[in-house]
Design a protein around this ligand. Sequence first.
Ligand code: KG4
Ligand code: ZN
Length: 339
Amino acid sequence: MLILGLESTCDESAAALVEGPRKVLANVVKSQINSHEAYGGVVPEIASRLHLAYLPVALRECLQRSGKKLQDIDLIAVSNRPGLLGGLLVGSTLAKTLSYLLKKPLVCVDHLLGHVLAPDLVEDMHYPCIAGVFSGAHSNIYVGQNEQDWTLTTRTRDDAPGEAFDKVAKLLELGYPGGPAIQKFAEPGDEKAYALPLPCPTSLNGDFSFSGLKTAILYQLTGRQGKAAVPKNMWPDLAASFQFTVARGLGKRLLEEAKKHKCSHIYVGGGVAANSRLRQHMTTLSEKENLSVHFPPLQFCVDNGAMIARAGYSLYQAGIRSPLNEDVQCRSNWGKIKS
Ligand code: KG4
Ligand code: ZN
């Protein structure tokens, strides 16, 4: 079954052709970063206009690279939530138009399910498992009993980790997006130089919170609370300490959830899962605890169409079909909520 996956929730216009469940024939991502950089973040109006320009190009490139024709497509999967409404409308209108013209089924996908199932593009996922989605807008942990049964156990009370990377990068004058910029800047830094507050709660039932960590960085940089401002030559130490603190916080919580739910496999997805220090830290931690941690390859961590196609395949197999009047939504509504 040939699946077209379309993704336009934020600032990546992406399309992919996947032979279900996981043979990726083409995966094209047109990043809009250059157009948003000057504003220090994503400008929704610019994003939707660029999706309009880039998505058809991404689709054409997928067809060229795979040697397939539009008529070969069996299923159209599109992310219709959560995200910026303008971009979502562009992607879902393209998907609905193709579904109508080609007379092929449409499946609307929650972007977060895409991130959760992204590791399955390269290997069979093991259940029960813990899946973390750490991106620019989310810090969610789910427990999965099987491909169709996921419960949301942890969220964030304020920022998401990617957002914290982006905001701290702004404070450190590193530009946008902050994650890759901090990762590079922190390379020569001493990650033990500054003790910073962990973003995870002390109780097992609480959610993440990144505001204390962000404020601590601000205070270090501006010399509040009776401390001297960190001199510029020590900013790499501060960046490395921030990055390590995020990795420790996410790692601690993932491990707690794995133990609580008796899962021996942990999957980590979303843009922040591309962070090399997080990947290294999680690997060391899980080896100590005798757990297996899995990260998708980098191209499937950041937003992409292949993960949407994979999630669309899963929903289709479960009997789900979306009507042509299915709406877009700015929030996620997928996954049972823990009771
Ligand atoms: O999943 P994603 O591509 O888009 C959303 O769904 O939000 O994640 C984007 C986020 C941005 O905040 C970006 O700074 C962060 O992922 N990110 C990283 C890295 N690469 C991207 N954060 C830390 N380290 C990285 N290497
Ligand atoms: Zn994402």
